[in-house]
Design a protein around this ligand. Structure first.
Ligand SMILES: *Cc1c(COP(=O)(O)O)cnc(C)c1O
Length: 388
């Protein structure tokens, strides 16, 4: 079956009530039919649910859907994207290990690398995503993991997944780990290139309506088994309710992403033609420096557009205040269009020079393009430019 069909038809087993839509299994634990079954399940001779910190029919359904889409052997669901990303490191690394990561990582991931992991003797070297030769230089004898995000937030720089997959073949002991949240498995599949782990904040496009937090890690079964040990004993499990919400949303992920992408491309084109805009970044604009790569590894350009308004920091803030339809909130991947000003919010703690390295200028605006009519989104941007 086609992956979209599977994303829609994969469902927890029907109960004796013959329901059409999957029920919400809001239960902390599960009954054993008899003492022998309890023993066998605990001994892992028989599979079955025990306790919702371990597994639950709603989370299993969600995991199966994401595994199908990513082409992964196994997966696990977490209470948030950061719980997933954190577990993908913490379950597999030990004191003395080294990570090589692309410079533009999600803010909390950057905090893990720079504040938390050094306390545990785990060090990180950043490299510039677009310069493949730099990855080679950064590898040390104790490097255990390569971590990246592509496209990056908010600079929309890409990392060549095929190149990195081949590069890693020289280092079989290094785990290749990617946060695929921005692209979603619908637009980009790292596993066929040789990636070992793929993590997601399901809070973003997978839920797609800004309701619940969730996270997923999928990948090679032997690594997922180690993560399973970690999640069972540390407890960052996804709630069945959130799993149920996200799993339902995945039925519409493909059609939503098609619309996010076509709207985002139209917004990017309109911005590129606007005289008050200095620069526009969107992977599927031919002016993007990695346009060819984007066409090769992504099905479409994604839902995020970043642009720089003329007039810098103050103009960018006035632009946000002048928006009527587009909302100002720090989430992304929502059905409603969202705009943010990274220099004064998410990236305000960085120095100007650090921001420039990440592609953030004083006048940079990140737009998470929603599912509204594209003409209404563009009209709101144009009137806010005119009135700021
Ligand atoms: C939002 C986000 C995260 C963190 O996810 P939460 O669900 O908010 O914990 C991690 N990586 C990327 C790229 C994100 O956009």
């Amino acid at each position: 079956m086609n992956e979209q069909t599977k994303a829609i038809r994969e469902q927890a087993d029907r109960s004796q009530y013959r329901e059409h839509s999957v029920p919400l299994y809001l239960t902390s634990s599960f009954i054993f039919d008899n003492a022998e079954q309890g023993r066998a399940i605990f001994a892992e001779e028989e599979s079955g649910n025990v306790y919702s910190r371990y597994s639950n029919p709603n989370t299993t359904e969600l995991i199966n859907k994401v595994c199908n889409m990513e082409g992964a052997e196994a997966g696990l669901a977490f209470s948030s994207g950061m719980a997933a990303v954190f577990a993908s490191f913490a379950a597999l690394l030990k004191s003395g290990d080294h990570i090589v990561a692309c410079r533009a990582v999600f803010g909390s991931t950057h905090q893990l690398f720079t504040k938390l992991f050094p306390r545990w003797g785990i060090t990180t070297t950043y490299v510039d995503a677009g310069k493949p030769e730099d990855w080679e230089k950064a590898i040390q004898p104790n490097t255990r993991m390569i971590f990246l995000e592509t496209p990056s937030n908010p600079g929309l720089e890409l990392v060549d997944l095929e190149w990195l997959g081949k590069f890693k073949e020289k280092y079989p002991h290094i785990i290749l780990n990617v946060d695929n949240c921005f692209a979603t498995p619908y637009l980009q599949k790292p596993i066929p290139y040789g990636f070992d782990l793929v993590s997601h904040s399901a809070t973003k496009y997978m839920d797609g309506q800004g309701r619940v937090l969730g996270g997923i890690v999928v990948g090679r079964k032997e690594l997922i088994d180690e993560l399973m040990f970690f999640i069972r004993n540390t407890g960052p499990a996804l709630s069945p309710f959130n799993a149920w919400v996200i799993s339902k949303s995945i039925e519409t992920l493909g059609v939503r992403m098609d619309r996010h992408c076509s709207n985002a491309l139209q917004v990017a084109q309109a911005l590129e033609a606007h005289t008050d805009v200095e620069e526009v970044r969107y992977p599927f604009l031919p002016s993007h420096p990695q346009y060819e790569l984007a066409r090769r590894q992504m099905k479409a350009g994604g839902g995020i557009v970043t642009f720089v308004v003329k007039g810098g920091f103050e103009r960018a803030k006035r632009f946000l205040d002048a928006l009527n339809v587009i909302l100002f909130t720090s989430n992304l991947g929502d059905s409603r269009t969202i705009a943010t000003h990274p220099a004064s919010t998410t990236h305000s703690k960085l120095s100007e020079a650090e921001r420039i390295q990440l592609g953030i200028k004083p006048g940079s605006i990140r737009v998470s393009v929603g599912l509204e009519d594209s003409a209404d989104i563009i009209a709101d941007i144009e009137q806010a430019l005119a009135n700021s």
